[in-house]
Design a protein around this ligand. Structure first.
Ligand code: NAP
Length: 307
Protein backbone atom coordinates (compact mmCIF):
# COMPACT_ATOMS: atom_id res chain seq x y z
CA UNK A 1 0.00 0.00 0.00
CA UNK A 2 1.32 3.48 -0.86
CA UNK A 3 2.33 5.57 2.17
CA UNK A 4 0.17 8.50 0.97
CA UNK A 5 -3.09 6.56 0.76
CA UNK A 6 -5.72 7.59 3.32
CA UNK A 7 -6.75 4.63 5.48
CA UNK A 8 -9.94 2.81 4.53
CA UNK A 9 -11.71 0.03 6.46
CA UNK A 10 -10.41 -2.61 4.00
CA UNK A 11 -7.49 -2.72 1.62
CA UNK A 12 -8.93 -5.33 -0.75
CA UNK A 13 -12.52 -6.58 -0.92
CA UNK A 14 -13.26 -9.49 -3.26
CA UNK A 15 -16.82 -9.83 -4.58
CA UNK A 16 -17.58 -13.30 -5.91
CA UNK A 17 -20.67 -12.89 -8.10
CA UNK A 18 -21.59 -9.46 -9.45
CA UNK A 19 -25.35 -9.44 -9.93
CA UNK A 20 -27.92 -7.19 -8.26
CA UNK A 21 -26.45 -7.57 -4.79
CA UNK A 22 -22.73 -7.82 -5.66
CA UNK A 23 -22.87 -4.79 -7.95
CA UNK A 24 -24.85 -2.76 -5.38
CA UNK A 25 -22.13 -3.55 -2.82
CA UNK A 26 -19.42 -2.57 -5.35
CA UNK A 27 -21.15 0.77 -5.96
CA UNK A 28 -21.57 1.30 -2.21
CA UNK A 29 -17.87 0.56 -1.54
CA UNK A 30 -16.89 3.17 -4.12
CA UNK A 31 -19.37 5.76 -2.86
CA UNK A 32 -18.39 5.39 0.79
CA UNK A 33 -14.65 4.71 0.17
CA UNK A 34 -14.66 1.43 2.07
CA UNK A 35 -11.74 -0.29 0.32
CA UNK A 36 -8.68 0.62 -1.74
CA UNK A 37 -9.22 -2.29 -4.12
CA UNK A 38 -12.33 -4.16 -5.25
CA UNK A 39 -11.59 -7.45 -6.99
CA UNK A 40 -14.55 -8.77 -8.97
CA UNK A 41 -15.10 -12.35 -10.02
CA UNK A 42 -17.94 -14.00 -11.88
CA UNK A 43 -18.15 -17.21 -13.87
CA UNK A 44 -19.30 -15.84 -17.26
CA UNK A 45 -17.09 -13.63 -19.40
CA UNK A 46 -20.06 -11.55 -20.63
CA UNK A 47 -21.06 -10.67 -17.05
CA UNK A 48 -17.44 -9.84 -16.20
CA UNK A 49 -17.21 -7.55 -19.25
CA UNK A 50 -20.40 -5.77 -18.21
CA UNK A 51 -18.97 -5.23 -14.71
CA UNK A 52 -15.77 -3.85 -16.28
CA UNK A 53 -17.72 -1.49 -18.55
CA UNK A 54 -19.66 -0.24 -15.55
CA UNK A 55 -16.35 0.34 -13.72
CA UNK A 56 -17.50 -1.59 -10.68
CA UNK A 57 -14.08 -2.77 -9.50
CA UNK A 58 -10.32 -2.34 -9.71
CA UNK A 59 -9.59 -5.84 -11.08
CA UNK A 60 -11.68 -8.49 -12.87
CA UNK A 61 -11.27 -12.28 -12.69
CA UNK A 62 -12.96 -15.33 -14.15
CA UNK A 63 -11.42 -17.40 -11.34
CA UNK A 64 -12.66 -16.69 -7.82
CA UNK A 65 -9.33 -18.07 -6.52
CA UNK A 66 -7.47 -15.16 -8.16
CA UNK A 67 -9.87 -12.51 -6.88
CA UNK A 68 -9.51 -13.55 -3.23
CA UNK A 69 -5.69 -13.36 -3.17
CA UNK A 70 -4.64 -10.79 -0.53
CA UNK A 71 -8.28 -9.84 0.13
CA UNK A 72 -9.05 -8.96 3.74
CA UNK A 73 -12.80 -9.27 3.06
CA UNK A 74 -14.35 -11.79 0.65
CA UNK A 75 -18.11 -11.60 0.02
CA UNK A 76 -19.87 -14.45 -1.76
CA UNK A 77 -22.65 -12.88 -3.87
CA UNK A 78 -23.65 -15.84 -6.07
CA UNK A 79 -26.81 -17.96 -5.65
CA UNK A 80 -26.80 -20.14 -2.51
CA UNK A 81 -26.32 -23.35 -4.50
CA UNK A 82 -22.90 -22.15 -5.69
CA UNK A 83 -21.44 -21.51 -2.22
CA UNK A 84 -20.00 -24.93 -1.48
CA UNK A 85 -18.01 -25.17 -4.72
CA UNK A 86 -16.87 -21.54 -4.37
CA UNK A 87 -15.68 -22.15 -0.79
CA UNK A 88 -13.70 -25.19 -1.92
CA UNK A 89 -12.15 -23.17 -4.75
CA UNK A 90 -11.11 -20.12 -2.73
CA UNK A 91 -10.07 -21.83 0.53
CA UNK A 92 -6.40 -22.52 -0.38
CA UNK A 93 -5.95 -18.93 -1.61
CA UNK A 94 -7.32 -16.98 1.37
CA UNK A 95 -4.85 -14.96 3.37
CA UNK A 96 -4.55 -15.68 7.11
CA UNK A 97 -6.95 -13.48 9.10
CA UNK A 98 -9.22 -12.87 6.08
CA UNK A 99 -12.96 -12.51 6.67
CA UNK A 100 -15.32 -14.50 4.48
CA UNK A 101 -18.90 -13.26 4.34
CA UNK A 102 -21.87 -13.66 2.02
CA UNK A 103 -25.27 -12.16 1.22
CA UNK A 104 -27.41 -15.31 0.94
CA UNK A 105 -31.09 -15.25 1.83
CA UNK A 106 -30.72 -18.36 4.07
CA UNK A 107 -28.05 -18.61 6.74
CA UNK A 108 -27.82 -22.14 8.18
CA UNK A 109 -26.93 -23.55 4.76
CA UNK A 110 -24.09 -21.02 4.38
CA UNK A 111 -22.52 -22.08 7.67
CA UNK A 112 -22.88 -25.73 6.60
CA UNK A 113 -21.67 -25.28 3.00
CA UNK A 114 -18.85 -22.77 3.54
CA UNK A 115 -17.62 -23.18 7.14
CA UNK A 116 -15.99 -26.64 6.90
CA UNK A 117 -13.81 -25.63 3.92
CA UNK A 118 -12.22 -22.51 5.42
CA UNK A 119 -8.69 -22.80 6.80
CA UNK A 120 -7.79 -22.11 10.43
CA UNK A 121 -7.49 -18.36 11.07
CA UNK A 122 -10.06 -17.32 8.45
CA UNK A 123 -13.29 -15.90 9.95
CA UNK A 124 -16.76 -16.71 8.61
CA UNK A 125 -19.29 -13.92 9.25
CA UNK A 126 -22.45 -14.70 7.25
CA UNK A 127 -24.66 -11.73 6.35
CA UNK A 128 -28.06 -11.20 4.78
CA UNK A 129 -28.96 -7.73 3.53
CA UNK A 130 -32.77 -7.70 3.60
CA UNK A 131 -32.98 -5.53 0.52
CA UNK A 132 -33.56 -6.35 -3.10
CA UNK A 133 -35.59 -5.94 -6.24
CA UNK A 134 -36.91 -8.42 -8.80
CA UNK A 135 -34.06 -7.47 -11.18
CA UNK A 136 -30.82 -9.39 -11.72
CA UNK A 137 -27.34 -8.82 -13.09
CA UNK A 138 -24.62 -6.15 -12.69
CA UNK A 139 -26.68 -3.40 -14.35
CA UNK A 140 -29.52 -3.81 -11.85
CA UNK A 141 -27.49 -2.67 -8.82
CA UNK A 142 -27.45 0.75 -7.13
CA UNK A 143 -25.60 2.03 -4.07
CA UNK A 144 -28.74 3.16 -2.20
CA UNK A 145 -30.23 -0.36 -2.20
CA UNK A 146 -29.14 -1.05 1.40
CA UNK A 147 -30.02 2.33 2.91
CA UNK A 148 -32.40 2.05 5.86
CA UNK A 149 -32.68 -1.68 5.29
CA UNK A 150 -31.76 -4.37 7.80
CA UNK A 151 -28.69 -6.51 7.38
CA UNK A 152 -28.67 -9.60 9.60
CA UNK A 153 -25.33 -11.14 10.63
CA UNK A 154 -25.31 -14.74 11.83
CA UNK A 155 -21.79 -15.57 13.08
CA UNK A 156 -21.51 -18.96 14.79
CA UNK A 157 -20.48 -19.07 18.48
CA UNK A 158 -16.79 -18.38 19.00
CA UNK A 159 -16.22 -16.36 15.82
CA UNK A 160 -13.63 -13.61 16.29
CA UNK A 161 -15.40 -10.53 17.71
CA UNK A 162 -13.17 -8.13 15.74
CA UNK A 163 -14.17 -9.80 12.48
CA UNK A 164 -17.86 -9.49 13.38
CA UNK A 165 -17.36 -5.79 14.26
CA UNK A 166 -15.60 -5.18 10.92
CA UNK A 167 -18.50 -6.69 8.94
CA UNK A 168 -21.02 -4.82 11.07
CA UNK A 169 -19.18 -1.53 10.40
CA UNK A 170 -19.07 -2.31 6.68
CA UNK A 171 -22.87 -2.70 6.43
CA UNK A 172 -23.52 0.35 8.62
CA UNK A 173 -21.39 2.43 6.24
CA UNK A 174 -23.52 1.13 3.33
CA UNK A 175 -26.50 2.63 5.18
CA UNK A 176 -27.98 -0.52 6.73
CA UNK A 177 -29.21 -1.19 10.21
CA UNK A 178 -27.46 -4.27 11.55
CA UNK A 179 -28.80 -7.05 13.75
CA UNK A 180 -26.92 -10.12 14.98
CA UNK A 181 -29.03 -13.27 15.10
CA UNK A 182 -28.78 -17.02 15.39
CA UNK A 183 -28.75 -18.56 11.87
CA UNK A 184 -31.66 -20.97 12.54
CA UNK A 185 -33.78 -18.15 13.96
CA UNK A 186 -33.01 -15.99 10.91
CA UNK A 187 -34.18 -18.79 8.61
CA UNK A 188 -37.48 -19.17 10.53
CA UNK A 189 -38.18 -15.43 10.44
CA UNK A 190 -37.35 -15.11 6.75
CA UNK A 191 -39.46 -18.16 5.90
CA UNK A 192 -42.55 -16.17 6.88
CA UNK A 193 -41.53 -12.63 5.89
CA UNK A 194 -39.92 -13.40 2.54
CA UNK A 195 -39.89 -17.03 1.41
CA UNK A 196 -43.61 -17.79 1.87
CA UNK A 197 -44.75 -14.54 0.14
CA UNK A 198 -42.55 -15.43 -2.83
CA UNK A 199 -43.98 -18.95 -2.98
CA UNK A 200 -47.53 -17.59 -2.85
CA UNK A 201 -46.73 -15.06 -5.60
CA UNK A 202 -45.23 -17.74 -7.84
CA UNK A 203 -48.33 -19.89 -7.26
CA UNK A 204 -50.92 -17.17 -7.95
CA UNK A 205 -49.21 -16.05 -11.14
CA UNK A 206 -48.79 -19.66 -12.24
CA UNK A 207 -52.47 -20.37 -11.59
CA UNK A 208 -53.43 -17.30 -13.65
CA UNK A 209 -51.25 -18.40 -16.56
CA UNK A 210 -53.07 -21.73 -16.53
CA UNK A 211 -56.37 -19.96 -17.23
CA UNK A 212 -57.56 -19.97 -20.78
CA UNK A 213 -56.25 -17.30 -23.18
CA UNK A 214 -59.11 -14.78 -23.10
CA UNK A 215 -59.25 -14.74 -19.35
CA UNK A 216 -55.49 -14.26 -19.21
CA UNK A 217 -55.88 -11.03 -21.17
CA UNK A 218 -58.41 -9.84 -18.63
CA UNK A 219 -55.99 -10.76 -15.86
CA UNK A 220 -53.29 -8.51 -17.31
CA UNK A 221 -55.71 -5.67 -18.13
CA UNK A 222 -57.14 -5.50 -14.62
CA UNK A 223 -53.95 -6.45 -12.79
CA UNK A 224 -53.97 -3.25 -10.66
CA UNK A 225 -56.52 -4.96 -8.44
CA UNK A 226 -53.87 -6.65 -6.28
CA UNK A 227 -52.45 -9.06 -8.85
CA UNK A 228 -49.83 -6.57 -10.09
CA UNK A 229 -47.73 -6.78 -6.91
CA UNK A 230 -47.75 -10.58 -7.14
CA UNK A 231 -46.50 -10.44 -10.74
CA UNK A 232 -43.63 -8.18 -9.63
CA UNK A 233 -42.54 -10.61 -6.92
CA UNK A 234 -43.05 -13.63 -9.19
CA UNK A 235 -40.65 -12.04 -11.70
CA UNK A 236 -37.78 -12.61 -9.23
CA UNK A 237 -34.77 -14.63 -10.33
CA UNK A 238 -35.70 -18.34 -10.71
CA UNK A 239 -32.23 -19.69 -9.85
CA UNK A 240 -31.95 -17.63 -6.70
CA UNK A 241 -35.40 -18.66 -5.50
CA UNK A 242 -34.95 -22.33 -6.37
CA UNK A 243 -31.86 -22.27 -4.15
CA UNK A 244 -33.67 -20.44 -1.33
CA UNK A 245 -36.38 -23.12 -1.12
CA UNK A 246 -33.88 -25.96 -1.32
CA UNK A 247 -31.69 -24.32 1.36
CA UNK A 248 -34.47 -23.44 3.82
CA UNK A 249 -36.62 -26.52 3.32
CA UNK A 250 -37.55 -27.30 6.94
CA UNK A 251 -38.50 -23.76 7.99
CA UNK A 252 -40.50 -23.19 4.78
CA UNK A 253 -42.40 -26.50 5.13
CA UNK A 254 -43.22 -25.69 8.76
CA UNK A 255 -44.62 -22.24 7.91
CA UNK A 256 -46.41 -23.58 4.83
CA UNK A 257 -48.24 -26.08 7.08
CA UNK A 258 -49.49 -23.27 9.34
CA UNK A 259 -50.42 -21.10 6.37
CA UNK A 260 -52.43 -23.92 4.80
CA UNK A 261 -54.40 -24.37 8.05
CA UNK A 262 -55.17 -20.62 8.23
CA UNK A 263 -56.17 -20.54 4.58
CA UNK A 264 -58.50 -23.49 5.14
CA UNK A 265 -60.12 -21.63 8.05
CA UNK A 266 -60.83 -18.63 5.78
CA UNK A 267 -62.13 -20.97 3.08
CA UNK A 268 -64.56 -22.46 5.58
CA UNK A 269 -65.64 -19.01 6.77
CA UNK A 270 -66.43 -17.98 3.19
CA UNK A 271 -68.36 -21.21 2.57
CA UNK A 272 -70.37 -20.79 5.79
CA UNK A 273 -70.95 -17.09 5.25
CA UNK A 274 -69.10 -16.28 8.50
CA UNK A 275 -68.57 -12.56 7.86
CA UNK A 276 -67.61 -11.90 11.46
CA UNK A 277 -64.56 -14.15 11.26
CA UNK A 278 -63.48 -12.61 7.95
CA UNK A 279 -63.89 -9.09 9.32
CA UNK A 280 -61.92 -9.93 12.48
CA UNK A 281 -59.01 -11.39 10.51
CA UNK A 282 -58.85 -8.49 8.07
CA UNK A 283 -58.95 -5.95 10.92
CA UNK A 284 -56.03 -7.68 12.62
CA UNK A 285 -53.94 -7.71 9.44
CA UNK A 286 -54.64 -4.05 8.72
CA UNK A 287 -52.87 -3.14 11.96
CA UNK A 288 -49.76 -5.04 10.81
CA UNK A 289 -49.52 -2.83 7.71
CA UNK A 290 -49.45 0.23 9.96
CA UNK A 291 -46.57 -1.30 11.95
CA UNK A 292 -44.59 -2.02 8.76
CA UNK A 293 -45.03 1.61 7.62
CA UNK A 294 -44.04 2.92 11.06
CA UNK A 295 -40.91 0.73 10.96
CA UNK A 296 -40.03 2.37 7.58
CA UNK A 297 -40.04 -1.03 5.85
CA UNK A 298 -42.94 -0.33 3.48
CA UNK A 299 -40.80 0.68 0.51
CA UNK A 300 -42.57 3.99 0.01
CA UNK A 301 -39.36 5.98 -0.67
CA UNK A 302 -39.51 7.59 -4.15
CA UNK A 303 -36.39 5.81 -5.49
CA UNK A 304 -37.75 2.42 -4.48
CA UNK A 305 -40.73 2.92 -6.77
CA UNK A 306 -38.72 3.89 -9.81
CA UNK A 307 -38.10 0.32 -11.04
P1 NAP B 1 -27.95 -12.20 -9.64
O1 NAP B 1 -28.27 -10.77 -9.94
O2 NAP B 1 -28.62 -13.27 -10.42
O3 NAP B 1 -26.37 -12.40 -9.73
C1 NAP B 1 -25.77 -13.63 -9.43
C2 NAP B 1 -24.28 -13.57 -9.66
O4 NAP B 1 -23.73 -14.84 -9.28
C3 NAP B 1 -23.88 -13.35 -11.11
O5 NAP B 1 -22.68 -12.59 -11.14
C4 NAP B 1 -23.63 -14.77 -11.61
O6 NAP B 1 -22.62 -14.86 -12.56
C5 NAP B 1 -23.06 -15.45 -10.39
N1 NAP B 1 -23.30 -16.91 -10.42
C6 NAP B 1 -24.45 -17.54 -10.72
N2 NAP B 1 -24.30 -18.87 -10.61
C7 NAP B 1 -23.04 -19.08 -10.23
C8 NAP B 1 -22.28 -20.25 -9.98
N3 NAP B 1 -22.84 -21.48 -10.06
N4 NAP B 1 -20.99 -20.11 -9.60
C9 NAP B 1 -20.44 -18.88 -9.52
N5 NAP B 1 -21.10 -17.72 -9.75
C10 NAP B 1 -22.39 -17.83 -10.11
O7 NAP B 1 -28.27 -12.54 -8.10
P2 NAP B 1 -28.50 -11.58 -6.84
O8 NAP B 1 -29.90 -11.13 -6.83
O9 NAP B 1 -27.39 -10.60 -6.77
O10 NAP B 1 -28.39 -12.65 -5.65
C11 NAP B 1 -27.14 -13.10 -5.17
C12 NAP B 1 -27.30 -13.60 -3.74
O11 NAP B 1 -27.89 -12.55 -2.97
C13 NAP B 1 -28.18 -14.83 -3.58
O12 NAP B 1 -27.54 -15.72 -2.69
C14 NAP B 1 -29.44 -14.29 -2.92
O13 NAP B 1 -29.99 -15.25 -2.02
C15 NAP B 1 -28.94 -13.07 -2.18
N6 NAP B 1 -29.93 -12.00 -2.02
C16 NAP B 1 -30.67 -11.60 -3.09
C17 NAP B 1 -31.60 -10.59 -2.93
C18 NAP B 1 -32.47 -10.13 -4.09
O14 NAP B 1 -33.50 -9.50 -3.89
N7 NAP B 1 -32.09 -10.41 -5.31
C19 NAP B 1 -31.76 -9.95 -1.68
C20 NAP B 1 -30.93 -10.34 -0.62
C21 NAP B 1 -30.02 -11.38 -0.80
P3 NAP B 1 -22.76 -15.10 -14.14
O15 NAP B 1 -23.68 -14.02 -14.66
O16 NAP B 1 -21.34 -14.92 -14.55
O17 NAP B 1 -23.33 -16.47 -14.31
Amino acid sequence: MSAKRKPRPFSRVALIGIGLIGSSIARGIKKHKLSHEVAISTRRRTTLNTARKLGLGSSYHLKAAQAVKNADLVILCAPLGANKALAQEIAPHLKPGAIVSDVGSCKESVIKDVGPHLPEGVHLVPAHPIAGTEHSGPEAGFAALFEDRWCVLTPADGIDAKAVKAVEGFWRKLGSRVEIMDAAHHDQVLAITSHLPHLISYTIVDTATDLERDLQKEVVRYSAGGFREFTRIAASDPTMWRDVFLSNRDAVLEILGRFTEDLTALQRAIRRGDGELLHDRFTRTRAIRREVIDAKQAGTEPWRNRR
